[in-house]
Design a protein around this ligand. Structure first.
Ligand SMILES: Nc1ncnc2c1ncn2[C@@H]1O[C@H](COP(=O)(O)OP(=O)(O)O)[C@@H](O)[C@H]1O
Length: 188
C-alpha cells in the first residue's frame, strides 16, 4: 500500500484536526527512522494508521478488547488507551496490513511497553513531538530527539506519567514498566 492509499483510508476515520496530526506524525516518524536507522516505509505506514481507531465508539472498542483476548486490565483504565491495541487489530482486519512490526508500533503507541523495539519507540515519540503538538515540555523532548532517541523517549514517558499523576488520574502500569525498562537499560 502506498502513502496516498493509506492516507485516504485513515482520512475517512478521522476529524480534520486528527488527520493533520497524523500527517505530522508521519513526517516526524520518517525523519526519526532515517536518523536512527529504522525502516522508513514501516515508520510511514505505522504513523499513518496509529490513530485509526481513535473515533470508534467506546462500546465497539470494549467488545473488541474482550473478544480478541486483549489484556482485560485495559478496561479498568482510561479509555483513551483503548484505541491503540484496537487500532492495531482493525488496521489488520480492515486495511489488510499484516506486518507485525507495524501493528506492534500501533498497538503500543499510547502506553509503551517494556522492551520496545526501534520502530515502536519512533512512533511513540513521533506522536509526542510532531509539529502540531504544543504543551509544556514538548520542546525539550524535541531537542533530545535530535541526538538521543532513548533519552527523548524516557522524558516523554516520564512527562506523560507525571501529567496523569498531577491530575490524580490512574496510570496504566505498562507506562511505568516502560519507564523503568528504559532507565535501567540506559546506554547514553
Ligand atoms: N499509562 C497511561 N495510563 C493512562 N492514560 C494514559 C497512559 N499513557 C497515556 N495515557 C493517555 O492517553 C491519551 C492518549 O494518548 P496518545 O494515544 O499518546 O495520544 P493521541 O491519541 O492524541 O495521539 C493521553 O491523554 C494520555 O495522557
Amino acid at each position: 500500500m502506498n502513502r496516498e492509499q493509506a492516507l485516504a483510508i485513515v482520512k475517512e476515520q478521522l476529524t480534520e484536526h486528527r488527520y493533520l496530526h497524523t500527517v505530522g506524525v508521519m513526517e516526524t516518524a520518517i525523519n526519526l527512522a532515517a536518523k536512527y536507522g529504522a525502516d522508513t516505509k514501516k515508520a510511514e505506514l505505522a504513523a499513518i494508521f496509529h490513530d485509526y481507531a481513535k473515533f470508534r465508539p467506546k462500546e465497539e472498542m470494549r467488545e473488541i478488547i474482550i473478544k480478541e483476548g486483549m489484556p482485560s486490565e485495559l478496561l479498568e483504565y482510561n479509555s483513551e488507551l483503548w484505541h491503540a491495541p484496537v487500532g492495531a487489530f482493525l488496521t489488520e482486519k480492515e486495511a489488510g496490513i499484516n506486518d507485525k512490526e507495524v501493528l506492534d508500533a500501533i498497538r503500543y503507541h499510547t502506553s509503551g511497553r517494556p522492551g520496545m523495539v526501534l520502530l515502536e519507540k519512533i512512533i511513540y515519540l513521533a506522536d509526542y513531538i510532531e509539529p502540531g503538538r504544543h504543551f509544556p515540555g514538548v520542546g525539550e523532548v524535541r531537542d533530545l530527539a535530535e541526538t538521543n532517541l532513548n533519552k527523548a523517549l524516557i522524558k516523554a514517558v516520564q512527562n506523560t506519567i507525571m501529567f496523569l499523576m498531577k491530575k490524580g488520574q490512574p496510570v496504566f502500569p505498562a507506562s511505568f514498566q516502560t519507564y523503568n525498562d528504559l532507565v535501567m537499560n540506559k546506554e547514553d
